[in-house]
Design a protein around this ligand. Structure first.
Ligand code: HEM
Length: 193
């Protein structure tokens, strides 16, 4: 973990998730997330540790290249909010390492719910007091699973691991992103989740 917490990062002090650990275990089984994936993510954490800023450059470049996505870091009239982008970037970087290293316990589950809320009308903009648009549509949350996964592969391969290990880390990352987006979607539709 980084020594200094990013601005607005409240891991460990968010209200409990409405999702139970039993429900989480069933979801893990549903995305085929196993103890081997946990191990592979741990390895990925070591591989990615020095590359977080480079990963973020790729992801932010992807968002910046698509005005319909950059709009969610902008004011309603389309002015990009640099301070907001920078503050969120710090938490995003922390999330990469948390995804690799944090155990899937009650605190992790609760922060997953918080991240979901922060993408919706309920909590978007609050953490950074940002004058941005109020909500990110559910459809883009699901769409992002692909770029957030596919763009990771070259970084996982950069530290000289064999193809089998890179593939293991990649599959574990894919499963974890899928799992987390599922948890983040709960605030979008609690009664249908
Ligand atoms: C916040 C990841 C989808 C825009 C965040 C954070 C993370 C993250 C880790 C910081 C959470 C924290 O506060 O600690 C992801 C992942 C996604 C996804 C993995 C899907 C796989 C999207 C989409 C957009 C978006 C589709 C729209 C372009 C934002 C914004 C914030 C944010 C604006 C700041 C929210 C706030 O005001 O607190 N995201 N995100 N995200 N994300 Fe996403």
């Amino acid at each position: 973990m980084t020594t200094q917490a990013p601005a607005g990062y409240t891991y460990g002090s968010t209200p409990p998730s409405p999702v139970s650990l039993e429900e989480l275990a069933k979801l893990e089984a549903s995305v085929l997330f196993t103890a081997e994936d946990r191990e592979a993510l741990r390895m990925a954490g070591d591989v990615l540790e020095g590359q977080v800023e480079d990963v973020l450059d790729v992801w932010y470049g992807f968002v910046a290249a698509h005005p319909h996505l950059a709009a969610y870091f902008s004011t309603p009239d389309g002015t990009l909010l640099e301070d907001y982008l920078t503050r969120v970037r710090g938490r995003f970087g922390q999330w990469i390492l948390d995804t690799c290293r944090r155990p899937h316990d009650q605190e992790w589950l609760s922060y997953a719910h918080e991240i979901g809320l922060r993408h919706t009308h309920e909590k978007k903009n609050q953490t950074d007091d940002a004058p941005s648009v109020p909500h990110i549509p559910l459809r883009y949350m699901v769409a992002f699973i692909y770029p957030i996964t596919a763009t990771m592969r070259p970084f996982l391969a950069k530290k000289g691991h064999g193809e089998a290990d890179v593939e293991r880390m990649y599959q574990a990352w894919f499963k974890s992103v899928t799992l987390q987006v599922i948890l983040w979607l709960r605030p979008y539709s609690p009664d249908r989740w």
